[in-house]
Design a protein around this ligand. Structure first.
Ligand code: ADP
Ligand code: MG
Ligand code: MG
Length: 366
């Protein structure tokens, strides 16, 4: 019997469109001999749709919302069975295409950013007792919060970039004081980021006080916490990690951003950023990053998959850990699958492995 895989995509996040592309690639590459795919699209406003294929959405250049009109595809509620041994998620309306019992064996959340990569969906799936691919609630949540992530990196003795964090209310109350503090402690240029986001959304590099004030206002629009980091004049590297309690690290890849930094445009729009796999760095440096990647994965209690990103300071040669991404971009040309392909695990096998890991983790938690 085929394993029925629910692919959850779209979602209430700034990375909605990125998710559609990743989900499409996952669906195209799941072995049809082994899996039956059930697409579950979430609109930008949070409505769940069953059977909406991301291909159609991408082709039409529309967000999932515009398809919500199609009433017979709308899941107005999702029911969870109470069976403690076999968790199943059953969309009770709009079941066409689901066949016999409408049950889903494992969920593959292909959602980037808030409400999907941040532990919220994972919590729902835990409550529903459904196996799912990727990190659990804690790992997903700390992986999304750049402040908590760095606090854990620090306690695991991983090399962090110097940073400061302010709450939106602090910023609004005394902006001049905060600008002074940042100037004194971090200098220019610096990087201003919403704490809980990804895909470089809301991130700005500030070169002077005026740009810094602007960057703070932008970040404060996205999040109630703002993180400011010292700029590293850097080359950027990424490592793919796969596993649960015995994670493996891939070869290292280098990203050469087409812009001043790897912003949203350089990541997804202009197609000019380059990826070099394996990275042209001394073996010792790549071993160091691979070790940090596994240490970070364990320190944050991640599971399934994560991409761990690094900087190398061009001036000092020092390696810094930048962040983890617990649901990294997953198109065929995304770094995560490419790093595994270069390490001997092609895309289709990678998906098999992720689903196995999801089922293993589910068993371990029983
Ligand atoms: P996201 O989670 O949105 O990808 P990142 O923290 O990775 O956020 O930042 C996005 C990009 O901004 C990085 O890939 C890098 O190009 C640049 N960047 C971020 N922080 C720094 C820093 N401290 N020094 C230099 N470049 C940085
Ligand atoms: Mg990120
Ligand atoms: Mg990043």
């Amino acid at each position: 019997k085929k394993i029925r895989v629910g692919i959850v995509f779209g979602g209430r996040s700034g990375e909605h469109e990125v998710s559609l592309a990743s989900a499409q690639a996952v669906m195209n590459n799941l072995d049809p001999e082994k899996y039956e795919v059930v697409p579950l699209g979430i609109t930008k406003s949070g409505q769940w749709l069953l059977g909406t294929e991301p291909a159609k959405l991408i082709a039409s250049g529309q967000s999932v919302d515009s398809q919500a009109e199609d009433a017979n595809q709308t899941v107005t509620s999702v029911t969870f069975t109470g069976d403690p041994t076999v968790g199943h998620l059953i969309p009770i309306e709009g079941q066409q295409g689901l066949g016999d019992d409408g049950k889903i064996d494992v969920i593959f959340p292909v959602l980037h950013g808030t409400y999907g990569e941040d532990g919220t969906l994972q919590g729902l799936l835990e409550m529903a007792n459904v196996p799912y691919v990727g990190c659990g609630v804690l790992g997903a949540a700390v992986g999304m919060d750049k402040e908590k992530m760095k606090m854990i990196f620090e306690s695991a003795h991983l090399p962090n970039v110097k940073y400061l964090v302010f709450r939106r209310n602090q910023w609004e109350r005394s902006p001049e004081d905060i600008l002074d503090q940042i100037e004194e402690q971090l200098g220019y240029p610096n990087f201003v980021k919403p704490v809980n986001l990804g895909s470089s959304v809301g991130i700005n590099k500030a070169h002077d006080r005026e740009e810094l004030a602007h960057a703070m206002r932008v970040a404060a629009e996205y999040d109630r916490k703002i993180i400011i980091e010292q700029n590293i004049n850097c080359r950027e590297f990424e490592c793919a990690v796969l596993g649960n309690d015995e994670p493996l690290a891939s070869v290292i890849g280098e990203v050469i951003a087409s812009n001043e930094f790897y912003d949203y445009n350089a990541k997804y729009i202009d197609n000019k950023s380059q990826v070099i796999i394996p990275a042209d760095i001394p073996q010792q440096t790549s071993e160091e990053m691979r070790r940090y990647a596994v240490e970070a994965f364990l320190a944050l209690d991640l599971s399934g998959l994560s991409r761990v990103d690094f900087f190398i300071d061009k001036d000092s040669g020092k390696v810094y850990i930048n962040e983890v991404n617990t649901l990294p971009g997953f198109t065929e040309i995304s770094m995560y699958p490419k790093l595994w392909a270069a390490s001997g695990v092609p895309y289709t096998e990678l998906l098999d492995r992720l689903i196995e890991l999801a089922l293993e983790r589910y068993q371990d938690r029983q």
